[in-house]
Design a protein around this ligand. Structure first.
Ligand SMILES: *Cc1c(COP(=O)(O)O)cnc(C)c1O
Length: 524
């Protein structure tokens, strides 16, 4: 079968959709099939008509392009429809509850969007003269003040563009501090087993070797094992608090004291700050550096790794090594400190994380969120997030195995295992069946310390009615898995795509479209 010019591939003879769901167009009612943009367009068409030029001869010298550029040519309506159709195949927080544990998929308030779109914020350019962007600098400065105050830390680097980027920023500051002390031989970073994969990846990327610290049976860091491993080769630890089992690391202060006494630094992964904002100040727990995901705790949009923002707060000890730039207040003016030698406070800065100043659009949204909640409102955010997660945990623990339910209340997320399902059934079957129920699945098979983990984070922005519906769906699917209902094995049945070969996709990703490949696939 070939792809015809207008892009659709007939999947059934002309006529009405048959009972098995095959249609002439491949569309299912208003869910439209969509080929790749290269399959719809061709490079002979463009969306723009230019008037014929009146300049004779080319002025490009030898630089005239010899071969077609290979871009798909589509008209404006074709382009708009292509991306709109693709967007409808996606799940979004604006469609429904998004229980992805550790990711804090909370509602993105529309007030944030309104503020970020004000022309004075939306249209600024990073190279504009400083006296024309005083308002934008004030936003960065105010947000920095809130982040430092809420965490009880000493300073903040605003420029990192995601949590993982923030981890790198913190670890590079630790590396610079060790070098300055003449202790560059400290090469080991200790990371608990339950850590997010970005933690060991960051430490390895920065040139450290990573050693695992085991978890206790109740899901927390084994403090005795950690302190026993401290020594002159240890640069520091990376600990997530609250941790990825949804539990608060109660020993963090004692751990920090031990790490400091042994000459190391404490990096805290602050991705789960939503559960404690307004209630706990990581600075009081001896943390030296911690990233804050503005797209988690402070309600800015998550977007395919794109528009994230991960400012890093620092202790007094690490502040001299933090990256540039900094926004500083000079009387009633704001200025940007861009050079190491600008003043004595930044001489030891390890450099820069990004070319400019960070994600201005996210700063505006996060500050809007903070100011619209106030200090008391932010505290309630944490309390409601924890309440919602405990509601999910207690309503489901009779149906799903909840390995740490006996350790007391959870924090912002509830964790379940695949224990008790019929032989041959696993977490993947529950996750896929949830898609049929209209939900994005929860985080699966993470953290690794729980077998077949299902990590559910409802966030504070879901109502009780929304939680009850989700709990009902998850209970129904879990009961089918316990009863060995074979139809679960082929779920989802109602989604445009069912079970993809995720291993092949990860091992051999096809990242570039090639006409040959498309023809071969179309002929199959
Ligand atoms: C989300 C997350 C990260 C990474 O943050 P990104 O902004 O996605 O780079 C790191 N650690 C934990 C625990 C997380 O939940």
């Amino acid at each position: 079968m070939t792809i015809n010019q207008s892009g659709w591939k007939p999947t059934a003879p002309a006529g009405r959709g048959d009972a098995a769901g095959a249609t002439f167009t491949g569309n299912k009612a208003l869910m439209l099939e969509e080929p790749l943009i290269f399959e719809i367009g061709d490079d002979q068409t463009t969306g723009v008509d230019f008037a014929a030029g009146d300049v004779a001869g080319s002025r490009l010298g030898g630089l005239t392009r010899k071969n077609p550029i290979g871009l798909p040519g589509l008209s404006e309506p074709e382009t708009v429809r292509h991306y709109t159709r693709l967007s409808r195949q996606n799940y979004a927080i604006d469609l429904g509850l998004f229980p992805l544990g550790s990711c804090t998929m909370k509602h993105n308030p529309r007030l944030n969007e309104k503020m970020a779109r004000l022309p004075g914020f939306a249209d600024v350019h990073p190279l504009q003269p400083i006296d024309t962007v005083q308002g934008a600098l004030e936003v960065i400065h105010q947000l920095a003040h809130w982040l430092v105050t809420l965490t009880g830390m000493h300073s903040v680097a605003m420029s990192p563009k995601a949590g993982a980027h923030g981890e790198l920023c913190g670890i590079l500051a630790i590396k610079a501090a060790l070098k300055k002390r003449g202790e560059g031989h400290r090469k080991v970073i200790l990371v608990p087993e339950s850590a997010h994969g970005t933690n060991p990846a960051t430490a390895a990327f920065a040139g450290f070797s990573v050693e695992d610290i085991p978890a206790t049976a109740e899901g927390r860091v084994d403090t005795a094992a950690l302190t026993a491993r401290l020594g002159p080769d240890v640069a520091g630890v990376m600990i997530t608090n609250p941790n990825t089992c949804g539990l608060f690391e109660r020993d963090l202060k004692a751990i920090s004291d031990a790490v400091h006494a042994a000459g190391g630094y404490v990096y805290c992964d602050g991705a789960n700050f939503n559960a404690i904002v307004g209630r706990v100040r990581p600075g009081d727990l001896g943390v030296d550096a911690m990233h804050i995901n503005l797209h988690k705790t402070f309600s800015t949009p998550h977007g395919g790794g794109g528009p994230g923002s991960g400012p890093v707060v620092f202790s007094e000890a690490l502040t001299p090594f933090a990256p540039l730039p900094f926004v500083e207040r000079d009387g009633d003016q704001f200025r940007l400190v861009e050079e190491e030698n600008a003043d004595e406070h930044h001489a030891d800065s390890f450099g820069r994380m990004v070319a400019f100043h960070g994600q201005m659009g996210m700063f505006t949204r996060a500050l809007t969120y903070i100011l619209s909640h106030g200090a008391d409102g932010l505290r309630q955010v944490a309390e409601d997030a924890v309440l919602n997660a405990n509601y999910v945990l207690r309503r489901l623990e009779d149906t799903l195995d909840a390995p740490f339910a006996g350790s007391g209340p959870c924090m912002h997320e509830a964790i379940f295992s695949d224990r008790g399902m019929a032989p041959g059934f696993s977490t993947i079957d529950i996750a896929k069946a949830l898609i049929d129920e209209g939900y994005h699945p929860m985080t699966m098979y993470f953290p690794l310390v729980v077998h077949g983990a299902m990590l559910v984070e409802p966030t504070e922005t879901e109502s009780k009615a929304a939680l009850d519906q989700f709990i009902g769906a998850l209970r129904s699917v879990a009961e089918r898995a316990k009863a060995g209902d074979e139809s679960l094995k082929t779920a989802p049945h109602f989604a445009p795509r069912a079970r993809l070969d995720e291993t092949l996709a990860a091992r051999k990703p096809v990242l570039v479209w090639k006409p040959k490949l498309a023809e071969a696939q179309a002929a199959e």
